[in-house]
Ligand binder design. Structure first.
Ligand SMILES: O=C(O)CCC(=O)C(=O)O
Ligand SMILES: [Fe+2]
Length: 237
């Protein structure tokens, strides 16, 4: 056990085939629209810890590497950091990181399907929110927090008063960096009046209501990469 978010016991892998590489093309769809790679009768392996659903090994090491390579490639191809690659966010006192927006398209559908499976399961088991049928209309965000820019994201909530973020109900964050690939960079959440820090293990995901306060501590060495997405729904129910 490594603190409150540590894994207890060694249960079965979170998902069928989680250690395999994702297919290169679009994931096969089942008639009900769920991902072909996910077994429909398989429960999630995670659980609720201090108001946060913690899912171990949502993605395999290979899948995490494949996702974090996307932001490395974007930085290489577009060093000027415009458009999708925001480079630095406006107020570096609040947030300093590189970002890459992902659309749900054939090349990334496998990741969105995994996120959807997680959100649906965690919501059914723990939150009971009304969610839209189409969960990730904003796409997903890869955030990279390099120690060289003091990468961090200060205390905040993900819901906004206006725009698409006003309909955010559940937030998801997945650890895409190996735990020993950076120093600092802890994702800390306060859902129930005290702070808890997410397990750093590669592929671990947190699902939490988008009104929950959370922050990413400054990275002092290396870089931390996370995949972030939001499931939407009608307000306050
Ligand atoms: O990096 C993370 O794990 C969380 C990022 C975050 O809180 C956000 O983008 O809203
Ligand atoms: Fe956030």
């Amino acid at each position: 056990m490594r603190g409150p978010f540590g894994r207890s016991g060694s249960g079965p892998p979170a998902f069928e085939g989680a250690s395999e590489s994702p297919p290169d093309g679009p994931a096969e769809s089942l008639p009900d629209g769920k991902a072909g790679r996910l077994s429909r009768d398989r429960d999630l392996a995670g659980g609720l810890i201090a108001g946060v659903w913690v899912e171990p090994a949502l993605f395999s090491a290979g899948e995490c590497a494949r996702l974090s390579a996307l932001i490395d490639a974007a930085a290489r191809d577009r060093p000027a950091a415009g458009g999708d690659l925001a480079g630095r966010v406006r107020d570096p006192r609040v947030r300093a990181c590189e970002t890459l927006w992902l659309d749900d398209e054939p090349a990334t559908a496998w990741a969105f399907e995994r996120l959807a499976h997680l959100v649906a399961g965690a919501n059914a088991a723990a939150f009971g929110f009304d969610l839209d049928a189409e969960p990730f209309i904003e796409g997903a965000l890869i955030a990279r927090y390099p120690g060289t820019m003091g990468g961090h994201y200060d205390w905040h909530v993900d819901r906004a008063r206006r725009g698409p973020a006003a309909r955010r109900k559940l937030s998801v964050s997945v650890q895409l960096s190996p735990a020993d690939g950076y120093e600092g960079g802890a994702l800390t959440l306060n859902a129930e009046g005290h702070e808890v820090t997410l397990d750093r293990a590669l592929g671990t995901a947190a699902v939490f209501p988008s009104f929950v306060l959370h922050r990413v501590a400054p990275v002092s060495l290396g870089a931390r990469v996370a995949l972030v997405a939001w499931a939407h729904g009608p307000r306050l129910r």
